[in-house]
Design a protein around this ligand. Structure first.
Ligand SMILES: [Zn+2]
Length: 87
């Protein structure tokens, strides 16, 4: 599990902006990311533990990768919608 910090996610988002992978929402906290050039396909999951954010990706990267950077945008939008619904 990789912890999402401001520094690690900023780098990942920057990389995602260049790579522009395709993000598909499977369900809340679970996203499918496809590299349009290579066709490589990975699953990203987000977890929140004691106020800290973590993510997992099925790719071989050992740090916050651009798949996580690409899907966090969709995740934030969904998380906001979910929190509004429960109020
Ligand atoms: Zn990845």
């Amino acid at each position: 599990m990789l912890e999402i910090t401001k520094e690690s996610i900023e780098k990942a988002i920057e990389k995602a902006r260049i790579t522009k992978p395709k993000v598909k929402v499977i369900q809340f906290r679970l996203y499918n990311v496809t590299n349009k050039t290579t066709g490589a396909n990975y699953e990203v999951t987000f977890t929140k533990i004691a106020g800290r954010k973590f993510a997992d990706c099925t790719c071989p990267a050992t740090k916050v990768c651009y798949h996580i950077g690409a899907s966090i945008g969709a995740h934030i939008v969904l998380a906001e919608q979910m929190s509004r619904q429960t109020v």
